[in-house]
Design a protein around this ligand. Structure first.
Ligand code: CUA
Length: 155
C-alpha cells in the first residue's frame, strides 16, 4: 500500500515528465524546432569540409577541438539550407549559432546533425558554450551568408 505522500510524489513526477514530452512535441510540431539527430559514428565526419549539393543546399562537416572550430568560416548564399554534421576531436564542446536557435553538443565518437536555413544575409557567429578548458572563450567560427560572395565547387 502506497503512502499518500508517496502517491503524490509519483503523480507530480509523472506530470512533470508528461509536461517535458508535451513541450518537446509542441516545439517540434508547432514551432518547427529541429530536434538534433545523433548519427552513428563514421570517420568521414572527422574531416572538416563544406560541400555544395546544389544551388541552395550545403553540407558542413564541422569539427571541434581544443580550441577552435573547423571550418572557421563558412560562406553560403542567401536562402541556403545547411545540414551541419558536428563532431569533436577531444573533449565535449558546444555549438551555438547566433540568431538560429541551434544548440548542439560536439562529442568525441558521436555525430550531431541539424539543418538550418539562412534566409537573411549577415554573419552568424558560432560559439562554444560548453566550458572546455583555458581556450574556451576563443572557440568561434562564423557562417557568412552572401558576404562576401564566394562559392564552393560541387563534388
Ligand atoms: Cu570548446 Cu568551450
Amino acid at each position: 500500500m502506497l503512502d499518500k505522500y508517496e502517491k503524490r510524489a509519483l503523480l507530480i513526477t509523472g506530470g512533470i515528465i508528461m509536461l517535458f514530452i508535451f513541450s518537446l512535441l509542441y516545439a517540434m510540431v508547432k514551432e518547427k524546432i529541429q530536434v538534433t539527430d545523433c548519427l552513428p559514428y563514421n570517420k568521414v565526419y572527422t574531416e572538416s569540409k563544406v560541400t555544395r549539393l546544389d544551388e541552395r543546399s550545403y553540407q558542413v562537416f564541422a569539427v571541434a577541438r581544443m580550441w577552435n572550430f573547423e571550418p572557421a568560416q563558412i560562406y553560403i548564399p542567401v536562402g541556403s539550407e545547411v545540414d551541419f554534421f558536428l563532431t569533436s576531436k577531444d573533449v565535449v564542446h558546444g555549438f551555438n549559432i547566433s540568431d538560429k536557435n541551434v544548440n548542439l553538443m560536439a562529442v568525441f565518437g558521436g555525430i550531431s546533425k541539424t539543418t538550418v536555413r539562412f534566409d537573411q544575409p549577415g554573419v552568424y557567429k558560432i560559439t562554444c558554450h560548453e566550458y572546455c578548458g583555458v581556450g574556451h572563450e576563443n572557440m568561434q567560427a562564423e557562417v557568412i551568408v552572401n558576404y562576401p560572395e564566394r562559392s564552393y565547387s560541387k563534388d
